[in-house]
Design a protein around this ligand. Structure first.
Ligand SMILES: NC(=O)c1ccc[n+]([C@@H]2O[C@H](COP(=O)([O-])OP(=O)(O)OC[C@H]3O[C@@H](n4cnc5c(N)ncnc54)[C@H](OP(=O)(O)O)[C@@H]3O)[C@@H](O)[C@H]2O)c1
Length: 303
């Protein structure tokens, strides 16, 4: 496992120097995504186009104010999107596809902690799984042509989904109930979201062989993820998080270690919070992966 000082040294060495990277961070207005945005901005030293996709323009502007001043032609921009609706995601991906020349880094970290039961969205899927999985799949799938443009130019091209790269398992694929209408529980929802992220990484890497796709667990990070928990639980999780968690910029450096890692230029990768490969992955069969792909296309395509 690389020490944190080794992570810092590797990031400094591997940061792209001869290009102006374009980074799109969905969920970058808070927590782990914010940490990655701050670290990317630090290494780019003002020479980057960074797009934060989220709900809070106020949070994005506060983050941009802490970034190095953009040099000529570089810029920081906020794009508003509630990602629980695939129609909303489609509006944003079509907008980005119409005006960006390329994407080098696509970072997906939207999430929420909630004890609520299944809450169907207009797409017929659960709200929490839409935020943790379907929207992420749609961003990666719709924006793949822009990622391919960066790889064709010989530039680094990475997709990083931040959720839980340990827990996904074949038991998360129920061919007769892919949207968990019949088998919903908090545990099954978490299993499905992590398993579908695992499968999507493999399916996307197969279809876009010049792009690198990673699924990483961020570890325990001091974020605002528990904000919607009931009183008491919120205080307790907040206290535990403060005692044993990492700051978001530490998480950012660790996640950027995977984004910059020269040893994984293409393919599907499953990473620990410290940027090591998760042992035993992938553990899904080709049939499971294809089922996840087909189901995701059915839910997300054409919206
Ligand atoms: N923190 C940890 O210790 C930890 C551990 C393991 C896994 N994770 C996973 O890592 C991911 C990031 O978590 P985090 O701790 O960084 O959480 P966080 O601080 O709450 O950040 C989550 C981000 O998702 C955005 N978001 C939530 N719902 C959205 C929606 N409907 N539309 C658009 N944006 C939405 C939030 O935006 P708003 O600010 O607008 O709500 C926020 O920017 C999550 O998937 C989480 O499960 C976290």
């Amino acid at each position: 496992m690389p020490s944190f000082s080794a992570v810092l040294a590797a990031n400094k060495q591997n940061a792209p120097k001869a290009i102006r990277p374009v980074a799109v961070l969905v969920g970058g207005t808070s927590g782990c995504g914010r940490g990655v945005a701050e670290v990317l901005a630090k290494y780019a030293q003002g020479n980057a186009h960074i797009v934060l996709v989220g709900r809070s323009e106020e949070a994005a502007n506060e983050i941009f104010a802490s970034f190095p001043k953009p040099v000529d032609g570089a810029k920081y921009e906020f794009v508003k999107c509630d990602v629980s609706s695939m129609r909303n995601v489609g509006i944003v991906t079509r907008d980005l596809a119409s005006r960006l020349d390329k994407i080098n880094y696509l970072v997906l970290s939207t999430g929420l902690l909630s004890l609520a039961g299944r809450r169907p969205t207009e797409d017929g899927v659960d709200y929490k799984i839409a935020v943790h999985y379907y929207s992420r799949f749609k961003f990666a799938h719709d924006l793949a042509p822009l990622l391919e443009k960066a790889s064709t130019a010989g530039e680094p091209t990475r997709v990083l989904t931040i959720l839980d790269s340990f827990m996904g398992a074949p038991s998360g694929v129920r061919p007769d109930d892919m949207t968990l209408e019949k088998n919903y529980s908090l545990q099954n929802a978490a299993l499905v979201a992590t398993t579908y992220n695992d499968g999507a990484i493999a399916a996307l890497a197969k279809r876009y062989p010049t792009v690198s796709f990673s699924h990483a667990n961020p570890g325990i990070v001091n974020t605002n993820a528990h904000r919607d928990m009931p009183f008491g639980i919120k205080q307790l999780t907040g206290l535990v998080a403060t005692l044993i968690s990492s700051p978001i910029t530490t998480c950012g450096e660790n996640m950027v270690y995977t984004l910059f890692d020269p040893s994984i230029p293409t393919g599907a990768h499953y990473r620990t919070p410290k940027g090591e490969d998760v042992k035993g992955k992938p553990n899904l069969s080709d049939a499971d992966i294809e089922k996840i792909w087909q189901h995701s296309i059915e839910i997300c395509d054409g919206k």
